[in-house]
Ligand binder design. Sequence first.
Ligand SMILES: *[C@@H]1O[C@H](CO)[C@@H](O)[C@H](O)[C@H]1NC(C)=O
Ligand SMILES: *[C@@H]1O[C@H](CO)[C@@H](O)[C@H](O)[C@H]1NC(C)=O
Ligand SMILES: *[C@@H]1O[C@H](CO)[C@@H](O)[C@H](O)[C@H]1NC(C)=O
Length: 476
Amino acid sequence: MANSAKLFLGFLVMSIFLLPKIAIGKSNGFTLKLIHRDSPESPLYQANLAQLQRTRKLILQSLARSTYQSHEHPSNSTQHFINVLRSKVDYQLGSIFMAQVGIGSFRASWPNSSSPISYFLHVDTGSSLIWTQCEECKARGNNCFYQKQPIFPDLRSSSYTKLPCNVHPLCYPRRCVKRFCSYHYEYEDGSSSEGYLASETFSFDSSTSIQKEIVQNMVFGCGFNQQNMKNYGDQGNIAGILGLGWGPRSLVKQLGSRAGGRFSYCLQRVDGNHQRNTFLRFGSDIPSRSGLQTTDLLQYGSEEAYFVNLVDISIAGSRLHIPSDHFIRRGSRGGTIFDSGTSYTIIIESAYNILEQALVNHFSKFVGLTRIRVPRFFSLCYKRSIGRGFSNLPNITFHIGDANLVAQPEVAFSVDKAQDGKEFFCLAMASHSLFQSNMDDPVTAIGAYQQINHRIIYDVTRKKLQFRPEDCTQNP
Ligand SMILES: *[C@@H]1O[C@H](CO)[C@@H](O)[C@H](O)[C@H]1NC(C)=O
Ligand SMILES: *[C@@H]1O[C@H](CO)[C@@H](O)[C@H](O)[C@H]1NC(C)=O
Ligand SMILES: *[C@@H]1O[C@H](CO)[C@@H](O)[C@H](O)[C@H]1NC(C)=O
């Protein structure tokens, strides 16, 4: 008994050190751990931040993200050389979820072993490239943004290989630098990232603390020149992006048969102090579920985000009959994305106003409610004379094609304490004009908070979104 326990432990220790050399035995499926920016495992975690402050920051994150999502995608002419993406937002470019990712193979002290360097990357369903900064950005004439972790020393990694020009299928748009394949992302404010496309070994934290998921020959962007990106990286904590979008370079596509074109998550409430794991599951690691509702995932041109056909919204089962053209995509503007990287749902102003007015009417029948203004917060908030948590609040349904995503009161509203200790609740959604002037046809984003306690499956190959209610604390 004791002996076998020792043996087992020995094996585990060996496994940890030898892992990067082993192409992991599991032939099917793939699971990686997602870290919410406000969970204790996150490098951005601020332990003594009050809940109200946390929510405030997430509102800003949602607005920033939905603002940059709504800019035009590149015209055909520039696309061959440069991908014009997103305007810059001072606040946060990134997603609310990140992954801790080991990149590369570096010599370690253990005989014959090698270990990667660990980075935090934003997990982004709105873009497809996986990228981080590489050492060449420190060269004269090039630029890096500040990061705490060492900038990836590409040339010292034994598993790093630059893609030769025009050979690899992921080498597009065939814009080569020194005979090697490259990418060039340019943002509307003049910031940009340029780099080589290379292949490398990536390892991910998985559902067990011991086993890592290893992917060899992953194609990623090795950024050697990041111009005007000083505000990127969340004070040096984030080193890049793990893209999950439609494009062929995204993680779900590069995992090939291990993902089978599908990924899934089941999000839980993050209340700042409890550490609960959330996982992004691919292929056969996705639990099978009956009673899933299904709707189409829409792909528009070179847009990398997942769009859906939002047709209407209901409050407590009554439809608002919002004209569906509010949510429709026109050319390269408008439309509705389904986005785990946006914290709170952000709705185009014309439709948001209908929703807010209908809720004002709904709550006008209740006694003991006073509408209040909370500075730099959601716009529809009420103080209750007696605190009741989420009870007596309505559910809110998003009608997406023929499917219905029902946000129960716990995820449609937020409940907080005012300075006088009294409880107040707010609709946990906003319009783009919450803190700024209106914009033309921005994108509506169904955000992560409203997806909590649903099993969500993106079937990228079949272009379907599936979901059903689930207690995500039971089966994350
Ligand atoms: C862009 O390309 C598509 C198809 O490749 C074409 O139909 C469209 O006219 C092009 N647009 C412009 C502005 O060149
Ligand atoms: C290390 O690698 C060498 C050559 O590949 C091999 O002969 C040796 O047995 C290995 N040592 C260990 C501890 O695996
Ligand atoms: C939403 O609320 C309405 C009215 O209270 C109720 O009839 C309906 O069952 C609720 N839907 C869900 C899925 O909970």
